[in-house]
Design a protein around this ligand. Structure first.
Ligand SMILES: *[C@@H]1O[C@H](CO)[C@@H](O)[C@H](O)[C@H]1NC(C)=O
Ligand SMILES: *[C@@H]1O[C@H](CO)[C@@H](O)[C@H](O)[C@H]1NC(C)=O
Ligand SMILES: *[C@@H]1O[C@H](CO)[C@@H](O)[C@H](O)[C@H]1NC(C)=O
Ligand SMILES: *[C@@H]1O[C@H](CO)[C@@H](O)[C@H](O)[C@H]1NC(C)=O
Ligand SMILES: *[C@@H]1O[C@H](CO)[C@@H](O)[C@H](O)[C@H]1NC(C)=O
Ligand SMILES: *[C@@H]1O[C@H](CO)[C@@H](O)[C@H](O)[C@H]1NC(C)=O
Ligand SMILES: *[C@@H]1O[C@H](CO)[C@@H](O)[C@H](O)[C@H]1NC(C)=O
Ligand SMILES: *[C@@H]1O[C@H](CO)[C@@H](O)[C@H](O)[C@H]1NC(C)=O
Ligand SMILES: CC(=O)N[C@H]1CO[C@H](CO)[C@@H](O)[C@@H]1O
Length: 562
């Protein structure tokens, strides 16, 4: 892949000497793919410094370097066999002055629970061998929207199997994709369940990515991978064509390296879709999510800190509680930055927040109850599934029948699937609890917002605090890094599997672990939250304060493929 360096330098010298760099770009005309923004990538495409075909080739080479060798990050399950054709088509349109907007010709990866049309030659497995070689009906609505905006689907990203609704297994693992790792520490926890989407975006294996978020699955890996992540209000982005957990809480949202890029992605994927009637209740017209991005967006804004309960998403399941102490100075510093930007920071404890926690024991199965019939409806919609699996019972049986694929040591748990088994669509008793809890969560957050007269809440990511239960939005933005003397600690399963039995160790926390700051508020406040995150981002530029570890940074750049 790498061209001989001397030939490269010679061609640059020639190009400069003859002033031909419009055709033959110099190194510094080419964006660093580790960090390139959409605007930077578009600039080079428009100038003709490189094409979308070049971009796809470069990203493919970068994936090859780190995905299953070297740092072995297992972020990508499959690359697209039609991405180069799609790129050539995008190049042709651009040449004829018909570029379709800020995403035109840019390659994105999508979590492997997004349906991609059969003709594109990729699986949609949610990480399970029970869904290998299925024939889905069509692209997910969001994929269709990306394509209509000129974007290229580069490949499918690894994930916690079934978006973490399998059981208590380490995040980022799926049978099909293997164990995804963080690029910030060898064998570091990548966060989940949109693990591969986040890792790919963090080190420039794509321009950005889409994930899904039911109870933190976009925000949590975004925080762990030093990214911007948006969990939209339920009903802003269609879930049609996604492998579901629950229509009550599933959302689809972007991972990006900058707030502006995330806003561009949200602009494209948000909107009403008749195939997901929850989207028909959204306000019209939607704002342009890039329009309000301003360095001054925090002036005079009151932000509430729900001090009383700041804790990890999934804390109970992980056996943890609260944030690491070493995060305190990072969070306090972030609050000082917010104040310096004109925000007023107030205590805004959310009363009754205990009733809002997601993973409290009695409720986990209730919230998972949708999973059985909605997953079965997904199975029903497949034109073909060679495994023959059509029900949750059969899925669980499939795993027991293929333990070598589906149940390697430390990855045996199917507790969430099993908890969903007793439910059916007909038995709607759980729905009353779900809607009552959701209504209650919404009331509490609205009331607290009014009581303290705040525009939004701010806290360290990932945090739970009932936002998922309320179907409300969150935006996370890079905030800082745990100290370098943080002890790398083997994570999870210590309760059920002695460390000597680990098939592989996953560390969490670890030295230099990235940590995000979350802005959260009530329904349809995405534009506001993005603008606050933007002001913070522009004042701090946290992302590049620490790069991934050397082996996890792909070396291929655009000049290697030109
Ligand atoms: C799906 O994945 C299987 C197993 O990795 C592979 O053999 C098959 O070619 C893939 N199917 C498509 C359509 O890419
Ligand atoms: C990559 O990691 C997986 C575990 O996820 C392991 O089985 C495999 O051997 C590793 N491969 C390399 C090349 O290190
Ligand atoms: C969506 O449609 C289903 C039936 O197809 C109906 O039960 C449900 O109430 C509708 N939801 C909304 C938000 O309109
Ligand atoms: C919020 O909760 C924290 C922690 O329990 C407490 O220290 C603080 O006094 C509370 N603030 C208000 C305004 O109630
Ligand atoms: C099904 O509904 C019945 C009556 O409404 C209830 O007693 C039972 O616990 C429900 N089953 C589950 C698994 O919730
Ligand atoms: C609804 O939730 C509230 C708060 O958790 C609870 O007090 C009330 O009993 C619930 N109502 C029903 C009908 O379940
Ligand atoms: C609420 O806060 C805003 C500033 O964000 C201020 O202008 C307004 O007067 C406050 N309202 C009350 C009732 O305190
Ligand atoms: C741990 O490994 C030992 C053998 O080294 C085995 O006997 C035991 O069953 C394993 N335990 C678990 C929980 O996997
Ligand atoms: C693109 C890529 O590297 N895909 C790999 C994902 O992981 C599976 C399982 O290890 C490999 O078979 C794929 O080649």
């Amino acid at each position: 892949m790498l061209f001989p360096t001397c030939a490269l330098i010679a061609s640059i010298l020639v190009a400069s000497a003859f002033g031909e760099f419009l055709q033959t770009p110099r190194h510094h005309d080419l964006p660093d793919l580790y960090e390139a923004t959409f605007a930077e990538l578009q600039h080079g495409l428009d100038k003709g410094h490189y094409t979308s075909v070049d971009l796809v080739k470069a990203y493919f080479a970068r994936i090859e370097e780190v995905n299953k060798q070297g740092a072995n990050l297992s972020a990508i399950i499959q690359t697209s066999p039609v991405a180069l054709d799609a790129a050539a088509h995008a190049d042709k349109l651009r040449k004829h002055g018909k570029a379709l907007g800020p995403l035109h010709g840019l390659p994105f990866v999508v979590k492997d629970n997004y349906d991609t049309q059969y003709e594109d030659g990729m699986n949609t497995t949610a990480g399970s061998y029970a869904l290998i070689n299925t024939h889905v009906q069509r692209d997910a609505y969001t994929i269709e929207k990306l394509k209509k905006a000129g974007a290229i689907i580069l490949g499918k990203a690894n994930l916690s199997q079934f978006a973490a609704w399998r059981g208590i297994v380490p995040n980022g693992w799926s049978a099909v994709g293997g164990q995804c790792y963080s690029p910030y520490y060898p064998q570091g926890m990548p966060g989940g369940s949109s693990s591969g989407s986040a890792v790919a975006t963090a080190i420039g294996l794509s321009a950005g990515a889409l994930g899904t978020d039911t109870a933190g699955s976009v925000v949590y890996p975004a925080s762990y991978n030093n990214l911007v992540g948006v969990r939209p209000t339920v009903g802003l982005v269609s879930r049609a064509g996604l492998v579901p957990i629950t229509e009550h809480y599933d959302t689809a949202g972007p991972h990006a390296r900058t707030v502006t890029d995330a806003a561009h992605l949200l602009n494209v994927i948000a909107g009403p879709d008749r195939w997901d009637n929850w989207t028909l209740a959204q306000p019209e017209p939607l704002p342009d999510y890039t329009a309000g991005l301003s360095k001054h967006a925090l002036r005079g804004v009151r932000l509430g800190v729900p001090w009383e309960k700041i804790g990890y998403s999934g804390a109970a399941a992980a056996g943890g509680n609260g944030l690491p102490e070493s995060l305190n100075p990072i969070f306090y510093n972030a609050l000082e930055v917010l104040k310096s930007l004109g925000a007023e920071i107030v205590d805004a404890n959310i009363t009754d927040i205990d009733s809002l926690l997601w993973f409290d024991d009695g409720r986990a199965s209730t919230y998972g109850a949708d999973f059985k019939w909605q997953l079965e409806a997904y199975f029903e919609g497949l034109l073909d599934n060679p495994s023959g699996v059509r029900s949750l019972e059969q899925l669980i049986a499939f795993n027991y029948d293929h333990p070598e694929l589906e149940m390697p040591p430390t990855y045996e748990s199917m507790s969430r699937m099993e908890a969903a088994l007793p439910y059916s669509r007909a038995n709607a008793s759980y729905l009353a609890i779900v809607s009552n809890d959701t209504f209650t969560a919404q009331q509490i957050i609205h009331d607290t917002k009014a009581k303290y007269n705040v525009s939004a809440f701010v806290f360290p990511s990932p945090q739970n605090a009932g936002w998922y239960k309320a179907m409300f939005p969150q935006v996370t933005v890079p905030m800082g890094f745990l100290p370098d003397d943080t002890v790398a600690t083997p994570y999870l399963n210590t309760a059920t599997v002695p460390p000597s039995n680990y098939s592989n160790i996953i560390y969490d926390p670890y030295p230099g672990k990235p940590h995000g700051l979350t802005f959260a508020s009530t329904e349809w406040t995405e534009a506001q939250l993005l603008s606050y995150a933007y002001a913070f981002e522009q004042a701090t530029h946290v992302r590049l304060q620490k790069r991934a570890y050397a082996e996890a940074v792909p070396k291929t750049q655009l000049y290697d493929v030109l």
